[in-house]
Structure formats: C-alpha cells, structure tokens
Design a protein around this ligand. Structure first.
Ligand SMILES: Cc1cc2nc3c(=O)[nH]c(=O)nc-3n(C[C@H](O)[C@H](O)[C@H](O)COP(=O)(O)OP(=O)(O)OC[C@H]3O[C@@H](n4cnc5c(N)ncnc54)[C@H](O)[C@@H]3O)c2cc1C
Length: 489
C-alpha cells in the first residue's frame, strides 16, 4: 500500500489549489482524479473575482491567469449591473477566463510543484482509524494517508461515505446551457418571458455562441439532448436560429445545499463537496479555491506536528459561515430573477438601491469575496479580515505585502521601530519583516482605518493579530496560530 500524508479526492479547482498550498509547505500530497486529463467542456465558471485573483497574487501566480483572460470592470447581482472599479484592491475587476483554462493553468503550477496526480482513478470507499485513512481506489491498490480531503464535487463520495449531512433546498428551476454553431446569428442579449431569463451571446468575436435557456420543467431523466435544446430555443425565440451543431450541452439547477460539518475526524470536505448553489454571481469556484487556501496551511501545520489537530476545527468555524452566506445570496438572486411582475417590481427596487454607492459597494464586496471577516475575537478592525496589499519600503527595497506571502508562510510585519520583539521562539515558522508604509490603509466597506504598528499575517492573507509589538497577546496569538514557542538558549 502506498503511503502519503494527504490524499485529495478530486483534481478540480479546489483540489488543485489545495494540493499547491500543501506542496508549498513541503507536504507529501497526492491527487486522485477520475478524469483522464484536465480537459473540461466549457459549461462551468466564466471567470475569476477579485479575492480569488488576490489569493493567486499572494502566491505570485495571478499574472498567469490575468494574461490569459479579459478584464471587465462590472459584475452583476441577479443581472443588475454593479460597477466594482472603486473597490480598494489592485484587482478591482472581473477576469473573464473559462474554467477549462483556469484549471489548465492551475494544474501546470501544481505539476511544477511536483504533486503527483493519479489520473483516470476513482476513490470508491475509505475507512478511517486513529492514525489515518485507508483510501480504496477502483481497480487499483489502496492508498494510506494521514488525512483524506474530499474535493470531489457536489456529488462527493467522500462527503457521503463520511456520513456528513448535506441539507438544503431541492431544485426549483433548471437551465440548459450549450455552446453552439448556428446558421443565423440570433439577437444577442437577455430575454425574459414567463419561464424566466434566457441569454444568447459570445464573449469574443469568432468564439462559438453560448446559449442559456430557463427550462419549463425541473425534473429530467438523462442528460440533455440536441432535440431538447432545439425545442427550448423554439419555445423562447420562435426559431432554432438554424442550430447546426453543439460542442457541448449541459444542464444545471438552483439546488442549494451545504455540508453540516466540513470535518469528520481525518476526513474533510472543500469546494463543491461542501456547498452547492446556482451559478448566479459566479461564486462557486471562487469559494472552493478560497476554502483550499484557508485549509492548506492549517493542514500542513497539523501534519508537520507544529499545531494540534484542533487547528483543523477553525477551518469549519471560518469557512462554513462564508459558504452559508454565498448560499443565501444565490437564493436571493434566484428569487429576484423570477419571471413574474411582482418579482420584476422587486428587481426594479433593488436596481434603484444598487445605483446608490453604499449598497452597491456592500453587495459588490460580498460577491467579490472582499468583505470576508473571520470571527477571531475583539481587537483592531483588521483582525480576521484580509490584509491589504500595501506598498512597503523594506531593507531589501520596495515590496508589496502579497510578495511576502508567496511561500505561504506566516509573516509578522513590523511597521514601527525595529528590534522591539524577539521572534526567535517562532523564527523557524514565522518571518519577521521590518518595513515602512507611507500611504493610507483602506479596507473594503470600512474605508480608511488607523494604521497598526504591527500585523501578524496568516499564510491565507488574513490578519491573526494587529497592534503594538509589546502587546502581551502577541505571543499568545503566535502560539495559537503557528504552534508553541520553541525554547531558545
Ligand atoms: C453552468 C455553471 C456555471 C458556473 N459558473 C461559475 C462562475 O462563473 N464562477 C464560479 O466561481 N463558479 C461557477 N460555477 C461553479 C464551478 O464550476 C464550481 O463551483 C467548481 O467547479 C467547483 O470546483 P471543485 O473543484 O470544488 O469541484 P469540481 O469542479 O466538481 O471538481 C471535482 C473533481 O473531482 C473529480 N471526482 C469526482 N468524484 C471523484 C472520485 N470519487 N474520485 C476521484 N475524482 C473524483 C471530478 O472528476 C472533478 O474533476 C458554475 C457552475 C456551473 C454548472
């Protein structure tokens, strides 16, 4: 039996990101992926939102994605346009990049980090005991791991086998989505009728046409067919627009469910395995990637025995509320998109509200993942929030905060007098950086905040502590998040 510290079931966006995070921390991790290649039809995520681009920037890889995509300065809430260009982030835009390209670039990075990917293999069962998990693969020898992470999508076998409840709402609406060739160019844009909202368009000239059609029935047996697509087009547009062929046809619903627990002993779930919801607002992939970035460093520290297992419970404590809020806002968007006159009236009022700066910024920050605030207790407003990517002056020259996070290691950033704190008991884990920042500190929603003298930044970019280096709580914060002090002589 082959042994690894961590087995990840599923090499989609979440599994890949988690593997990268673990590899950066030197953990022996393997991905088991059912697909034989990273190839994916285009029926899923259309791009990246600001916080996801930020977490990639924190690892020094954002440019790989940005250079492959298209920048748009507007997002939408239930298709009500939202300008996001004034959000206080370097990445104040939506990056148009189909999921197939996102996964390809991410998989290349993970490959460069040396993570083995067992492709064309499927996790079919597992059993956990006090020391690890035995993972059964279809037609292959089992694997033994200290931890098994289910990043195996909405129908997650890992979640089901662990007995984790997945409560929520059954689908109320179904949509057909397809990439097609048509003889006649149809009228591009949105169309609303009594079934709901429909859309036809293409992102770039020369690309195939994409169609999204709200179906009149929710229940369907089997995958969608060309005939169903043709009938649905005729029902909405009165013509099939000379539909010639489809590169792919798929179906999605507004099923909304969340795992009751993200951890069951040595088994954890992340991404769609932990939460499913309709694609309104384009948040599923983002939430999964950010789950991975929250879990990666914690799991690495537990595997390395730097931190106790209880650190893993903070993964559920921090990420479950985030997932729950995404479910809430997608349910609201589905409700707002209902086709009748009363919902149209509600949409009109929401559109009016969202034309005002304060509500617009609030909803935009929520959709973009920039308002996330983990409950890490009282203290400076930064505590629990994402660290802004400030321009710093350091002994090594100008540097951005995110550059300090490229190796996924914690940083104690001292912006005051150097030499006021002895980091030696944590020096093998936490890097102390003396720096100066001359500009203002601006956070999404909060606006300008008072500059702290020092900040303890976790590898996921969230602030664990902020204050004066003589604060007696600093050693406690270091021990809580990065393990007990190592005795020094
Ligand atoms: C129509 C549509 C549009 C969307 N648009 C957006 C958008 O614009 N923005 C956005 O952020 N999100 C969007 N999403 C959601 C996004 O696609 C998902 O949230 C994202 O793919 C989740 O990533 P994941 O890695 O958690 O799961 P998945 O992408 O489902 O990956 C799971 C992986 O696990 C593998 N697997 C499954 N079972 C096993 C097993 N037993 N053993 C081994 N491997 C296994 C699968 O082959 C797969 O590769 C959209 C989804 C749909 C359907």
């Amino acid at each position: 039996m082959t042994r690894h510290a961590v087995v990840i079931a599923g090499g989609g966006p979440t599994g890949m990101m988690l593997a990268g995070e673990l590899a950066l921390a030197g953990i022996d991790v393997v991905i088991v992926e059912r697909r034989t290649s990273q190839g994916l039809d285009g029926s899923r995520s259309g791009g990246l939102l600001p916080r996801t681009i930020e977490v990639l920037d924190q690892r020094g890889i954002a440019e790989l994605f940005v250079s492959a995509g298209q920048i748009h300065q507007a997002h939408g809430f239930a298709l009500i346009p939202l300008d996001i260009s004034d959000l206080p982030t370097r990445h104040n835009y939506v990056l148009g990049l189909w999921q197939c390209h996102f996964e390809r670039i991410l998989a290349d990075w993970v490959g460069e980090l040396g993570v083995p990917i067992l492709r064309g293999r499927e996790v079919v069962n597992f059993a956990q005991d006090d020391t690890g998990v035995e993972v059964e693969l279809a037609g292959d020898t089992p694997l033994r791991a200290e931890y098994l992470i289910g990043c195996d999508g909405g129908r997650s076998l890992v979640r089901k086998t662990a007995g984790i409840h997945f409560d929520g709402l059954n689908p109320s609406t179904s949509w057909l989505i397809a990439e097609v060739e048509m003889d006649k160019e149809p009228e591009f844009g949105f169309r609303r009728d009594s079934a709901g909202t429909h859309a036809i368009g293409r992102r770039e000239a020369g690309e195939p046409i994409r169609v999204v059609l709200t179906e009149r029935d929710v229940e369907h047996s089997g995958g969608p067919s060309m005939d169903e697509l043709r009938d649905a087009l005729v029902a909405v547009y009165g013509t099939d627009c000379g539909l010639r062929s489809a590169n792919w046809i798929s179906r999605f619903t507004d099923m909304t469910r969340q795992a009751a627990a993200y951890r069951c002993g040595r088994v954890l779930v992340a991404g769609d395995a932990a939460h499913v919801h309709p694609p309104h607002g384009g948040q599923g992939l983002q939430t999964g990637v950010q789950d991975a970035v929250n879990l990666g460093w914690k799991l690495a520290q537990v595997v390395n025995k730097t931190s106790p297992e209880s650190l893993l419970d903070t993964y559920h404590a921090e990420r479950h509320p985030v997932g729950s809020r995404v479910l809430q806002n997608t349910m609201a968007q589905v409700a707002l998109s209902s086709a009748d006159d009363r919902h149209q009236a509600l949409r009109d009022i929401m559109a009016e509200l969202l034309s005002m700066d304060e509500p617009r910024r609030r909803i935009a920050a929520m959709l973009c993942g920039l308002d996330i605030h983990y409950d890490l207790g009282e203290g400076h407003p930064l505590v629990g929030r994402r660290m802004p990517d400030l321009d710093l002056h350091t002994a090594d020259g100008p540097m951005r905060v995110f550059t300090l996070l490229h190796h996924a290691r914690p940083v104690l950033l001292n912006l005051g007098e150097p030499g006021r704190f002895d980091i030696s008991p944590w020096a093998n884990r936490v890097r102390l950086v003396d720096a100066r920042h001359d500009g203002v500190w601006e956070l999404p929603l909060l606006g300008e905040i008072a500059a702290p003298a020092a900040v303890l930044i976790r590898p996921d970019g969230h602030v664990a502590w902020a204050g004066d280096l003589r604060d007696p709580e600093l050693p406690q914060a270091l021990a809580t998040w990065f393990g007990a002090a190592t005795p020094t002589r």
